[in-house]
Design a protein around this ligand. Structure first.
Ligand code: PMP
Length: 355
């Protein structure tokens, strides 16, 4: 460890994203990427932006992109904040809204970046256990004050709360910010966006990485009351006033404008999710009800780690976690039909060998 490191750098245990190995023929179902490409119109727009305008700085306010997103979500452009992936949007939300005198609340099983941001930014937090069925129980948050962040659908469980439950949570604490991370909302869950009108302390965060297949472009955004968005913008401008380059802005605009491609891809992923769930149940897995582009499943006879390792030997990559409450589970991204057929064949082989 370098003696030049600050106290902060020494104290951090950074987030480690899922592996991105470069193995030919690998079936990659570990980081919830889309098996389908992005809109061809987005690719064309990225090419054109790269060819024509890279010499120039991008629009720091991403004005056109915010207008297009506002029209799509039926809000005003002043209610939209954009960033370099929703991870960056979330980082700004933690700094601008979630560092308060009361501890921040979030579930004990959720997106593992949240405790990392707390550590980085010195935010006191309390985790609230999921119930026995791995669900978030809003009642467990009602007796407590302070800001809350929830992923809905939750990750890595995939279980979503209905909008009425989010409304109960948001109404319970008008004095504290509530952030709903809707990274996976397009795969069948309710969005909290309609609640923003009556709840100026609610921020909803979206990403273009999953349902729009643009993980490599790094575009995320938040929607909220114009005053909340101003707070986020202050933090962003103190850190990096050009969050999105020209290709990213152009690609994101073209993606939103190509609704047909988006609808087709998300419908195919939801269909494949139903098929994969049925196949896993036939193989003896217990599968949580997913509203996301992944499923969270465990087998009564085998640990998550041993299954993940056996699949890896067969060139299929899935995610497993070490935290004790979820160590039995695999998180499997919904791939294409061909990828899922390879996965189920590999699982069948692995389970037969060990029974
Ligand atoms: N929120 C959740 C719940 C996620 O699972 C992810 C993806 N790892 C993100 C946010 C971040 O996605 P991105 O930075 O690609 O927008």
């Amino acid at each position: 460890m370098s003696r030049f490191w600050s106290e902060l750098a020494r104290g951090l245990s950074p987030y480690v994203p899922g592996e991105q190995p470069q193995i030919p023929g690998l079936i990659k179902l570990n980081t919830n990427e889309s098996p389908f490409g992005p809109s061809p119109k987005a690719i064309e727009a990225i090419r054109a932006a790269a060819a024509d305008t890279l010499r120039l700085y991008p629009d720091p306010q991403a004005t056109r992109l915010r207008e297009v997103l506002a029209a799509y979500h039926n809000v005003a452009p002043e209610q939209i904040f954009v960033g370099n992936g929703s991870d960056e949007v979330l980082a700004h939300a933690f700094a601008a809204l979630l560092k308060q005198s009361d501890p921040l609340l979030f579930p004990d099983v959720t997106y593992s970046f949240y405790p990392v941001y707390c550590r980085l930014l010195g935010i006191d937090h309390t985790t609230v256990p999921l119930d026995a069925e791995m669900r978030v129980r809003v009642d467990d948050y009602l007796g407590r004050t302070g800001p809350v962040i929830l992923a809905n659908p939750n990750a890595p469980t995939g279980i979503a709360l209905p909008r009425t439950e989010i409304a109960r949570l948001v109404s319970s604490r008008p004095e504290a910010a509530v952030v709903i991370d809707e990274a996976y909302v397009d795969f069948g869950a309710d969005s909290a966006i309609p609640l923003i009108r009556d709840h100026p302390h609610l921020l909803v965060v979206h990403t273009m990485s999953k349902s729009r297949a643009l993980a490599g472009l790094r575009v995320g955004y938040a929607i909220g009351d114009a005053e909340l968005i101003q707070g986020l913008t202050r933090v962003k401008d103190s850190f990096n006033s050009y969050p999105l380059g020209r290709p990213a802005q152009a690609g994101a605009i073209a993606s939103i404008e190509d609704d047909a491609h988006f609808q087709q891809a998300r419908a195919a992923i939801m269909r494949n999710r139903d098929d994969l769930t049925a196949a896993l149940v036939r193989l003896g897995f217990d599968v949580l009800p997913s509203s996301a582009n992944f499923v969270f499943a465990r087998h009564p006879d085998r640990s998550g780690q041993s299954l993940a390792a056996a699949l890896r030997e067969r060139a299929v990559l899935v995610r497993h976690f070490t935290a004790s409450r979820i160590a039995d589970y695999l998180r499997i991204t919904i791939g294409s039909e061909a990828e899922l057929a390879r996965l189920t064949a590999a699982l069948r082989e692995v389970l037969a060998q060990n029974s």
